[in-house]
Write a protein that binds this ligand. Structure first.
Ligand SMILES: *Cc1c(COP(=O)(O)O)cnc(C)c1O
Length: 385
């Protein structure tokens, strides 16, 4: 485990001692290739691509600076930036599987993580079992002799269910199984899964790391051996290469990660406080809502929460849900989350035949706006229910 540094030290100083001309903003190395002064230097670099800048489908200084910051934030030894969160998931999972292996995954994990198992890995004879993730005995029972990966997402980002990370990591270790967790929701500002014994952390950098809804990216963090294995087997080969300009944008986003997360958290709590007492709101799904069934676990393994939560409206009528959605001001109707802006995403948008218990579930992202403005907007729209 790398030495833990203060968050400000990481975000404002780590790796920034020697920018040319005393530049304060990191240089953008928008280059595909790196040249060498001699045959010998060229040969040395080519023989060790993992540690040298040779070609940008490998290393790049702008990308590497970002990776060193994210590795430090996650208390990991090394990080690899990739072109999307989906690429981070697939690279970290594929690198440790072969035909005949088995994966245990939380049932409410990100949809494309599930597609990887159901549609992609199924073609290569890899089996899987879904678990709720809230019950360690269920996870233990799902483990088979050929289980190689337990894939976690805590909390899940629609139902907001948690896994006990310390317990699951210990269980996996006992069986020699690798654990991978999607930590996009909490970010390392609020949760450090590697400290609990989880092996690999993946992120959609598109969300809070970028923070401005202007880039798509993914990151994998772990120990040096695992990241070098992923680098050599999946990254160089499959080619999910991050663009240096994207890395530069994410470095800019990271500068304000800590203050943005504090505001998302405070704003979400304010808005939830309002919604919790509203008669048109039946249920709220947020780990730091005091009535969440895993509230104690949330407090034990996370230092805070982000701006994403779901609720269930007191209707089973899709037209009412649509009217509510259409009347919301200051909430954009869009997928994704993690930017500065508030968003709304009703489950029924993507599921025209949603069953009754899901028809009025709506996901919100609470941005950096004044919470009073959002509450006022919700108050008006809730009248449509
Ligand atoms: C968005 C998201 C992903 C996928 O990330 P992309 O950058 O869109 O590929 C993975 N996990 C979670 C929890 C996400 O929200």
């Amino acid at each position: 485990m790398s030495q833990k540094k203060n968050v400000t030290e990481i975000l404002h100083h780590l790796g920034e001692e020697e920018f040319p001309f005393g530049a304060v903003s990191p240089p953008l190395f928008q280059t595909s290739i790196f040249a060498f002064p001699t045959f010998e230097d060229f040969r040395r670099a080519l023989g060790d691509e993992t540690h040298n800048c040779l070609y940008t489908r490998g290393n790049n200084p702008t990308v590497n600076l970002l990776e060193s910051k994210i590795a430090a934030l996650e208390h990991g030894e090394r990080a690899k930036l990739v072109s999307s969160g989906a690429a981070a998931i697939s690279a970290s999972v594929l690198a440790f599987l072969k035909t005949g292996d088995h994966v245990v995954m939380v049932r409410d994990a990100y949809s494309w993580a599930k597609t990887l198992l159901e549609k992609y890995l199924a073609r290569f004879g890899v089996e899987y079992t879904y678990v709720s993730g809230t019950d360690e005995a269920e996870i233990a029972a799902a483990i088979r002799p050929n289980t190689k990966i337990i894939y976690l997402e805590s909390p899940t980002t629609f139902t907001f269910l948690l896994q006990d990370l310390k317990a699951v990591a210990a269980l996996a270790r006992k069986h020699g199984i690798k654990t991978v967790i999607d930590n996009t929701w909490a970010t390392p500002i609020y949760q450090n899964p590697l400290d609990y014994g989880v092996d690999l952390v993946v992120h959609s950098g598109t969300k809070y790391f970028g923070g401005h809804s202007d880039l798509v990216a993914g990151v994998i963090v772990g120990n040096t051996a695992d990241i070098e294995h992923i680098f050599a087997t999946e990254f160089l080969n499959i080619g999910t290469v991050p663009d240096p300009f994207m890395a530069w944008l994410m470095l800019r986003g990271l500068r304000t990660l800590q203050v943005r997360m504090r505001t998302h958290y405070a704003n979400a709590l304010r808005v939830i406080d309002y919604l919790a007492q509203h008669p048109k709101v039946e249920e709220i799904y947020y780990p730091f809502y005091a009535k969440h069934p895993q509230y104690e676990l949330a407090k034990a393994q996370m230092r805070g929460g982000s701006g994403l939560f779901s609720l269930k409206l007191a209707t089973r009528n899709e037209a009412r849900v649509a009217a509510f959605t259409n009347q919301l001001r200051f909430f954009k109707r869009a997928v994704s989350w993690g930017g500065y802006e508030s968003l709304v995403f009703p489950y029924a948008v993507g599921h025209p035949d949603a069953p009754d218990h899901l028809i009025s579930v709506v996901r919100f992202h609470i941005g950096l706006e004044e919470p009073e403005l959002l509450i006022e907007s919700l108050e008006t729209a809730l009248k449509a229910i």
